[in-house]
Design a binder for this molecule. Structure first.
Ligand SMILES: [Zn+2]
Length: 612
């Protein structure tokens, strides 16, 4: 097995960095839900890996690990453990392993022997073998077993993490997670004895290094396709991934790449090389999992999900409905449903002051900053409690909307959902109100107009409360059509049908007040009969949704009866508008929603429609 020499150097120089970087431990997104475990027909345990995006490679690793790039991997199943010696014997192939033990991984495995095993195992389970045993070409369409692609291997190894190892950056933890040079006593060990990675896969960082299907190419990362990369068409060596009993800690990193020429029967392979199998996820899994659909123009469509832990740092008072837990519940639900990994991750940056001042006065912004940092408990009313980090969170909430808009405009994503707080639509130009500090959606609308020269913006506000702040900011502006459907009479008191805009903005403000107790049918009727004709006549260049989910039937504040499926239906209407008017350009921004489960279920239903 050939290990490139520069990697050994990397291992030495990166140690101080490993301790300095600890980004992994704080994020809510690291509490990954376990994908489903499966037992195959012949009793082998596998893990159903959901499809998803991830960042492949490493900036700090060896040159063949760069450049870091986003890759989409379709759903697949992967062996929970490395293939062990007792499994191999079932197919009457003689066991080449050096360290004999039925539960130890197979080693001294040529690549072709590994591929042959995949075919035997497929036949034993009545599946179509993937490998042509003359050319050793892999048929990825077959439903049988094969070796993982490098992308699949790294995606599964990372299990949603971006750190050096699947357990973080702390190399001292490697001993609990892997058999490698420092703890192996120079031999392999029975599989499954060390801690699994967050997706329940064992020995990804050590024991034996594992064959991938791909030919090795040092520069492959610089040219690989975005969706399901399968490696170069030809080569002299095949890729190996994961560390081994005789390798140092650096070789055990998630992004570490190695290769070996022992791909056919004539070469003797190393006793540190083994493998594990994967197979295509059966169709019923992949339909839900596969978010990548080609539209007419052949462009890949994706939905972005913007979130950051800073939003949890805006602390309200105990028992306040607008609590950090709202976002935690949303993220947990998306993970539990296997959706989180399919969404394109977007991260916010603080909104620049010149963007905030398009809708807020500089004095107000300064007052918010001083109040939060100075330890003030409430902003302007008892409704809006703040904590020392609330100003930072509020800047990032508005800035998050801008990042999502950029991602849509730069075609990184087709549309996006911003899981942000504090919410925004009650905030006026110089006052905090109703849990809102900065008017995130209004800042977003002005940003689209200024930065991208798109003049006509439609804001659809289905929060149960009327968005008085947003209405006021665009009341005389014919370039921004504000449409709100809300419970009425209700907080904040505005939102009657008679409020239609003023001056040039007359008729560019549409309120549909609904009585308490209104449900899916009433909302849908408002959308079909009032929103749709007005929106199509206006023909927006970009659509923003003030997506509050407090009209949900279980909500603690709202008195409406909308179901999560109802929100999906409303989303479909808006999506129909953006597809007809503005090439699908849509950013949806969280406002209210105070029943955590009802909120999370509604966000899930909403996002599922965005992803279609
Ligand atoms: Zn609300």
């Amino acid at each position: 097995m050939k290990i490139r020499s520069q990697k050994k150097l990397v291992g030495v120089f990166c140690l101080p960095l490993i301790f300095a970087i600890s980004s992994g431990c704080r994020r809510a997104s690291d509490t990954a839900d376990m994908p489903q475990a499966i037992k195959t027909k012949s009793g082998i345990e596998m893990v159903a890996i959901p499809g998803g995006w991830f960042e492949m490679g490493s900036k700090k690793g060896a040159s063949d690990e760069s450049s870091v790039h986003r890759v989409w991997v379709s759903p697949f199943w992967m062996d929970k453990y490395e293939v062990v010696q007792e499994q191999f014997k079932k197919y009457q192939i003689s066991d080449p392993s050096h360290f004999k033990n039925p539960k130890n991984p197979l080693e001294q495995m040529n690549w072709t022997d590994a591929a042959r095993y995949c075919n035997e195992r497929s036949l034993a389970e009545d599946l179509e073998p993937c490998y042509n045993e003359e050319t050793w070409q892999c048929n990825f369409e077959a439903n049988g077993y094969r070796l993982p692609t490098e992308a699949e291997w790294e995606y599964a190894c990372r299990a949603g993490t971006r750190t050096k190892y699947s357990f973080g950056n702390n190399v001292r933890k490697l001993k609990a997670n892997a058999w490698f040079a420092e703890n192996s006593s120079r031999r392999t060990h029975p599989v499954g004895q060390k801690k699994p990675n967050p997706w329940g896969l064992y020995d990804m960082h050590g024991n034996v290094t594992e064959w991938c299907n791909d030919y090795y190419c040092e520069n492959y990362y610089k040219q690989s396709p975005e969706k399901d990369p399968k490696g170069p068409a030809a080569g002299q060596e095949r890729v190996l991934r994961g560390g081994a009993w005789n390798r140092r800690a650096d070789s055990c990193r998630s992004a570490y790449r190695a290769s070996d020429p022992s791909i056919d029967d004539t070469c003797l392979a190393s006793d540190a090389i083994g493998f594990r199998c994967v197979r295509k996820a059966p169709d019923e899994k992949s339909t839900e999992g596969d978010m990548v659909k080609e539209n007419q123009s052949g462009r890949t469509s994706k939905t972005g999900f913007l979130y950051d832990d800073i939003y949890l740092e805006h602390k309200t008072t105990e028992g306040h409905p607008e609590a950090p837990q709202r976002l935690v519940t949303i993220v947990e639900r998306l993970k539990a449903k296997g959706l989180h990994w399919q969404l394109f991750p977007l991260t916010p940056a603080p909104a620049p002051l010149e963007c905030l001042t398009t809708v807020h006065t500089p004095e107000y912004i300064e007052r918010v900053k001083k109040s939060c940092e100075g330890g003030t408990r409430y902003l302007d009313s008892l409704d809006t409690p703040v904590s020392p980090k609330s100003y930072d969170a509020a800047l990032m909430a508005a800035g998050g909307v801008l990042s999502a808009i950029d991602a849509v405009m730069q075609k990184k994503v087709t549309n996006a959902f911003c899981a942000i707080r504090p919410p925004g639509h009650h905030a006026t130009k110089n006052e905090a109100m109703g849990f809102c500090i900065f008017n995130n959606i209004a800042v977003g609308a002005r940003y689209i107009q200024k930065k991208y020269n798109l003049s006509k913006i439609l804001i659809v506000d289905w929060d149960v409360h009327h968005g008085n702040g947003t209405q006021a900011m665009f009341y005389d502006d014919p370039a921004v059509l504000y449409f709100s459907v809300h419970q009425y009479p209700f907080y904040p008191g505005t939102g009657s049908k008679a409020e239609k805009g003023s001056g040039k903005g007359l008729n560019y403000n549409i309120n549909v007040p609904l009585p308490a107790g209104s449900g899916d049918g009433d909302y849908l009727m408002a959308f079909e009969e009032e929103l749709k004709p007005a929106a199509l006549a206006f023909s927006p260049d970009f659509v923003l949704i003030s997506a509050g989910f407090d009209a949900h039937k279980d909500d603690l504040l709202g008195g409406m009866e909308v179901t999560s499926q109802g929100f999906a239906e409303l989303t479909k209407v808006v999506k129909g508008i953006v597809e007809r008017c503005c090439e699908g350009r849509l950013v949806s921004v969280l406002e209210g929603g105070y029943h955590p489960e009802g909120l999370a279920a509604s966000v899930e239903a909403h996002i599922r429609v965005l992803m279609r």
